[in-house]
Design a protein around this ligand. Structure first.
Ligand SMILES: *Cc1c(COP(=O)(O)O)cnc(C)c1O
Length: 366
């Protein structure tokens, strides 16, 4: 009965399942370090003194947006905050997508783009990455934009899950040649470095939006805070659609504290870059694995039987992200940078599994 009443685009959807986890959590690209003590003390004190839980939040997140703008050299009107970047992707598609105009993405990439396209009834056009997931196909993207009404292109840079970084001139090229809004998702931008960001190009291109999140580098995945920047005009359009009170009182407070203590987070980011390098080199040293270079805080790799590896790691108490079948690349695993002792445990387990070689893979293959 209910099935017949469902919106057609919802019929084929299945709820997102992040998969089973384990004690050592290297499956979601989170920051594994504790929050800087001073930042924590600051929000604890502010919350004890005046929690503000009984009042609606400042729907415009005035102070948080002003402080973000200050750091980014943008005006407050050029910044919009959301309940995680995921919400902002939905807002972009609710504003610029819909049944008559398509979203273009480049698989393998962040799976939420496809999910939110389906939820907002926006057709999805996929132009696969080239060179085993390491390069964009600008000609393919331009061709798809000529042949279809594409209103939004999302480029994930660095890309999740391949770790590839796309050069800025190439993105600038898409901005001038596609006639679409280009959203650059820089969820992992802090790990790639400021010189890779499209943020300085805001204002130069009317159709550029740059999206970021506090979930990864800033260790706030549990509090849900993302932001998107563009021209004041573009942000005003998104603001028509956004839920009035989308970022709660506590998260706004925490976001401002994170910004005040960004030096402490910079140290964590540097440490995570070092851990990522260890993961990459450690996996590269093992026989029988394909390992992708990365500019983010995770490494994508491919043993001969990725699904069995994922399960064997889980039995050793280590959760990695298992992709049973990535577009273009097939079965792969993605491991996030953890604390140094976690990296060491993971690499030891990976060495064991790699040493077991074929018999391990055959017994587990079905
Ligand atoms: C994690 C992630 C996000 C979502 O971040 P939230 O702010 O936690 O919603 C967005 N884009 C990419 C590519 C991500 O990996």
């Amino acid at each position: 009965m209910l099935n017949k009443l469902l919106r057609p685009n919802v019929r084929g959807l299945t709820p997102y399942d992040s998969g089973p986890s384990a004690g050592i959590k290297l499956d979601a690209n989170e920051n594994p370090f504790p929050w800087p003590e001073k930042a924590l003390a600051e929000i604890a004190e502010a919350t004890a003194a005046a929690p503000g839980f009984n009042r609606y939040p400042d729907g415009a997140a005035t102070e948080l947006r002003a402080e973000l703008g200050e750091r980014l050299d943008l005006r407050r009107e050029q910044v919009l905050v959301g309940n995680g970047a995921d919400e902002l992707i939905a807002v972009v598609l609710q504003t610029f997508g819909g049944p008559a105009q398509a979203l273009l993405v480049q698989p393998p990439t962040f799976s939420m783009y496809g999910v939110l396209a389906a939820v907002t009834d926006t057709p999805l056009i996929e132009v696969p990455l080239q060179a085993e997931g390491q390069e964009l196909d600008p000609d393919g993207i331009r061709r798809a934009c000529r042949e279809n009404l594409v209103s939004v292109i999302i480029v994930c840079n660095p890309n999740n899950p391949t770790g590839a970084l796309f050069p800025r001139p190439l993105l600038a090229d898409l901005l001038t040649s596609c006639g679409a809004l280009v959203v650059v998702d820089e969820a992992y931008g802090e790990f790639a470095g400021p010189e890779t960001s499209m943020m300085p190009y805001i204002g130069k291109y009317q159709n550029l939006l740059v999206m970021k999140t506090f979930s990864k580098a800033y260790g706030m995945a549990g509090l849900r805070l993302g932001y998107i920047c563009g021209t004041a005009e573009a942000i005003a359009l998104l603001n028509r659609v956004r839920q009035t009170y989308n970022v709660n009182v506590f998260t706004q407070r925490a976001g401002r504290a994170a910004l005040r203590h960004s030096a402490a987070f910079a140290e964590q980011i540097a440490a995570l870059r070092a851990e990522t390098e260890k993961l990459y080199l450690g996996l590269r040293a093992l026989p029988g694995l394909k390992v992708w270079p990365t500019r983010a805080n995770f490494v994508l790799f491919q043993p001969r039987n990725a699904v069995a590896w994922g399960e064997a790691l889980r039995q050793r108490g280590i959760a990695v992200r298992v992709f049973a079948r990535l577009p273009v690349l097939g079965p792969c695993l993605r491991v996030s940078a953890g604390r140094p002792e976690e990296t060491a445990l993971f690499l030891r387990a990976a060495a064991e599994l790699s040493a077991q070689g074929e018999p391990f893979q055959q017994t587990n293959a079905d």
